[in-house]
Ligand binder design. Structure first.
Ligand SMILES: [Zn+2]
Length: 406
C-alpha cells in the first residue's frame, strides 16, 4: 500500500496546480494571469476554501466560498453549479485542496479545476489580502447552529442576518409570527410600527401578545416577546400610524420591509415610498381562509401598483371594517413572509419577485400567478427622483370606495 505522502504526490501529478500570484491576478481581473492555464481568457474562477470552519473564520481569500472538504460532494454544486467554469481550490498548505481537486475532476466531472500551491499560508506570506469574517460568540454559535449547518446560509448568511435591519408594519396577525421567527433567526434590528393596543380579540392569532399584556401598546408587548426570545435583536418601536408625513423618515435605512398593513391607503403609500427608496417589500394579505403573498423588489419586478393600479372591489376589501379570519392563517402567511425576508437577506433561493402566491386554507392548495411590471405604471415606470411627495399614496376615489363597503 502507498503511504499517505505518496498518495498526495501521485494526486499532485494528476491534477493542475496554480500559484497564488496567478489566483490573485485572475481575481483582480489582471490580463496577465488570465489565459496562462487555458482557463478561458479573463474568466474569473470560483475560489473555494476547503478547510474546516474555524480555519476559514480565522481569515480567508476575499470572496472565497467555504466548502469544507468533508462536505465537498454534497455542497459543491451549491458553490459552483457550472462544471465547465474554472474552479480554484485552496487549503492551508495545498495538500487537502489537491485531494479535493482530484475528487472534483475524477468523480464529479469538473472540467477546469486547479489547486493553489502553498495554500493560504503561502498567500499570506506573499502579503496578499485576507478577509477575516466577523466571528460569532460561543453563545451565538450554539444559538444559530442549525443555520450554520445549511450551506445556503452558513456563517456568512448568519452574519448577514445579524447585520440586517427589517421593518415590520404592524404587530398584528401577520407581524406577530414574522417578528417571532425573524427574532429567533437573529435579524439584527427589528423595527415595529403599530399604534394599537393589545385587545383580547387579538389573541386568537396575534401570538406575540399575551393575556397579561392586554391593554398595553402592541409595540411594547412585541418588544417584550422579542427580547425574551433573543437578546441579539435591537428592537426599534414606532408607536404611530404610518402616513405621508412620517413614512420616508421611518423606512429609510431598512433593508427589507414586511407589509402586514390592513388598509389600502397605507399600502399605496408604502409602495410609492419604497419604490423611491428602492427597498424591497414582502407583502401579504389575508381574508377568511385565503391568503396571498408576493415580494415587491423595486425595478427588479413589479410594484404593488403594477398589480393593483386601483384598489380591488369594495366588497373584497378587508380594510373598511372587521372581517373574519381563521386564526392560524396569518401564521401560515406570516411564516412565508419571514422565509422570503431571510432569503432576500442571505440571497438564498429564488424570492417571490414577479410571482403572486395564493393560499386556500380550506382546499389546502397553493396557486402561483406570474405578475409582470407594467410599463405604464404610474410609479415604477419612472425614476425615483421624479416621484414627488405630493404624488405618494394618491389613488382615485378611496373615500367613495370605503363608503361603498359600508
Ligand atoms: Zn409599478
Amino acid at each position: 500500500m502507498p503511504t499517505g505522502a505518496e498518495v498526495i504526490r501521485q494526486v499532485k501529478e494528476r491534477i493542475e496546480e496554480v500559484d497564488p500570484r496567478e489566483v490573485r491576478d485572475r481575481l483582480a481581473g489582471s490580463p496577465d494571469g488570465a489565459s496562462a492555464n487555458g482557463g478561458g481568457p479573463g474568466e474569473r474562477p470560483v475560489v473555494i476554501d476547503v478547510r474546516e470552519q474555524h480555519e476559514f473564520e480565522e481569515g480567508h481569500i476575499p470572496g472565497a466560498v467555504h466548502v469544507p472538504r468533508g462536505h465537498l460532494e454534497s455542497r459543491i454544486e451549491g458553490a459552483a453549479p457550472d462544471r465547465s467554469k474554472p474552479v480554484v481550490l485552496y487549503c492551508a498548505s495545498g495538500n487537502r485542496s489537491a485531494l479535493a481537486a482530484d475528487t472534483l475532476e475524477r468523480l464529479l466531472g469538473y472540467e477546469n479545476v486547479e489547486s493553489m500551491t502553498g495554500g493560504i499560508t503561502l498567500w499570506k506570506d506573499r502579503g496578499y489580502d485576507v478577509e477575516v469574517p466577523r466571528a460569532l460568540t460561543p453563545e451565538q454559535r450554539s444559538r444559530y447552529s442549525r443555520h450554520l449547518l445549511l450551506p445556503e446560509i452558513g456563517l456568512e448568511g448568519q452574519i448577514k442576518l445579524l447585520e440586517s435591519k427589517v421593518l415590520l408594519l404592524g404587530a398584528g396577525g401577520l407581524g406577530a409570527p414574522v417578528a417571532l421567527y425573524l427574532a429567533a433567526a437573529g435579524v439584527g434590528r427589528l423595527g415595529v410600527v403599530d399604534d394599537d393596543v393589545v385587545d383580547v380579540s387579538n389573541l386568537q392569532r396575534q401570538v406575540i401578545h399575551t393575556g397579561s399584556r392586554v391593554g398595553e401598546p402592541k409595540v411594547d408587548s412585541a418588544e417584550q416577546a422579542i427580547r425574551d426570545l433573543n437578546p441579539d435583536v435591537d428592537v426599534r418601536k414606532y408607536n404611530t400610524r404610518l402616513d405621508a408625513s412620517n413614512i420616508m423618515e421611518i423606512i429609510e435605512g431598512y433593508d427589507v420591509i414586511v407589509d402586514g398593513v390592513d388598509n389600502f391607503p397605507t399600502r399605496y403609500l408604502l409602495n410609492d415610498a419604497t419604490v423611491r427608496l428602492a427597498i424591497p417589500v414582502v407583502s401579504a394579505s389575508i381574508l377568511g381562509f385565503d391568503g396571498q403573498i408576493s415580494v415587491f423588489k423595486p425595478y427588479d419586478g413589479p410594484c404593488y401598483r403594477c398589480l393593483y393600479p386601483t384598489p380591488p372591489p369594495a366588497e373584497l376589501a378587508p380594510s373598511c371594517g372587521a372581517n373574519g379570519v381563521l386564526g392560524v392563517l396569518p401564521g401560515t402567511m406570516g411564516l412565508l413572509q419571514a422565509t422570503e425576508v431571510i432569503k432576500l437577506i442571505t440571497s438564498a433561493g429564488e424570492p417571490l419577485v414577479g410571482r403572486l402566491l395564493l393560499y386556500d386554507a380550506l382546499a389546502a392548495s397553493f396557486t402561483e400567478l406570474k405578475v409582470r411590471r407594467d410599463p405604464e405604471c404610474p410609479i415604477c415606470s419612472r425614476d425615483p427622483g421624479e416621484i414627488s411627495e405630493e404624488e405618494m399614496g394618491v389613488f382615485p376615489d378611496y373615500e367613495a370606495f370605503c363608503a361603498a363597503a359600508g
